[in-house]
Design a binder for this molecule. Structure first.
Ligand SMILES: NC(=O)c1ccc[n+]([C@@H]2O[C@H](COP(=O)([O-])OP(=O)(O)OC[C@H]3O[C@@H](n4cnc5c(N)ncnc54)[C@H](OP(=O)(O)O)[C@@H]3O)[C@@H](O)[C@H]2O)c1
Length: 263
């Protein structure tokens, strides 16, 4: 009997992938975050939720996103949605689901470093190169294109993409190796730069922000063992920059402290 009761209870729990059955507050700005289940994405979700925003926190596996579920439990205007940025079908379906919903800030946060050994000269694995591009470069462009109307319909009209420093000549060529992450972020900068040009008469603001060396899984995948800042602190500083960004910063790559990185 106890077992049956437990099963019934479980069946009646809302799945993490279901939007919470509350309305967004139309008087508050809205942010869509990719890769919101851990690292910087989770901290962005926490900061925006605490700031009273409507938050669309997307991730690949909502049922595994326990920290996001806890956040949504605390802040009813946090909705958890399934989104693998490499999936046309999932991206288009989510854009359709939110048709008519203005999105003030689209935060292209999802990213991978790729396996270090597979992007080291002498042992290149080109399937790994495709995987890294699929998430970092194509994924951000795919999501940006699909949600363009939502962002244009908003007050702030901001598409913010994370990272980019490694994709610049000034930083990426300071040291060798790490080919795939550098190539993917370089192409990503160009994709966002061209998007900004295409859309410059619309008031859309497209800005890339480098979050610093942040203590996350991605940083550990990079092999970096030097100093780093916490994801919580980096997300707070990046959001301060996002709040300040205006049209003059469109097409720019900036550091989390506001310094402009030439690219
Ligand atoms: N950490 C740093 O030092 C640093 C420096 C410069 C730039 N950045 C940039 O900051 C962003 C966030 O990275 P992080 O440091 O927070 O790394 P992280 O802790 O490793 O988090 C990466 C996030 O991306 C998600 N993701 C991976 N593949 C995805 C896909 N196909 N679709 C949707 N989501 C996917 C992951 O979800 P799963 O859990 O499902 O894998 C995870 O939520 C990245 O774009 C990264 O390039 C980070």
């Amino acid at each position: 009997m106890v077992w049956i009761a437990l099963v019934l209870l479980t069946l009646h729990q809302p799945a993490a992938s279901q939007p919470v059955a509350t309305e967004f507050d139309a008087g508050k700005p809205t942010v869509l975050i990719t890769g919101a289940n851990r690292g910087l994405g989770l901290e962005f979700s926490r900061h925006y939720a605490a700031g009273g925003w409507n938050v669309i926190a997307s991730c690949r596996q909502p049922v595994m996103a326990l920290e996001l579920a806890a956040l949504a439990g605390k802040f009813p205007r946090v909705r958890i949605e399934q989104l693998d940025v490499t999936s046309d079908q999932q991206v288009l379906a989510l854009a359709e689901k939110y048709r008519g919903q203005p999105i003030d800030v689209l935060l292209n946060n999802a990213g991978i470093y790729g396996t270090l050994e597979k992007q080291t000269l002498g042992s290149f694995d080109y399937e790994e190169l495709k995987r890294v591009f699929d998430v970092n470069t194509i994924g951000s462009l795919r999501v940006s294109e699909a949600f363009l109307d939502h962002v244009l319909a908003s007050e702030q009209k901001k598409i913010i993409s994370l990272g980019g420093g490694m994709g610049t000549q000034s930083i990426g060529r300071l040291f060798g190796g790490h080919y795939f992450i550098k190539m993917s972020k370089s192409a990503h900068l160009m994709a966002m730069g061209v998007l900004q040009k295409d859309m410059q008469k619309t008031g859309l603001i497209v800005t890339m922000i480098s979050p610093g060396r942040v203590d996350t899984q991605l940083m550990r995948d990079s092999g970096w063992t030097g100093s780093s800042i916490s994801a919580e602190e980096s997300a707070r500083l990046v959001i301060e920059q996002i709040d300040k960004i205006d049209a003059t910063m469109s097409g720019r790559l900036i550091l989390y402290n506001g310094k402009i990185i030439p690219w």
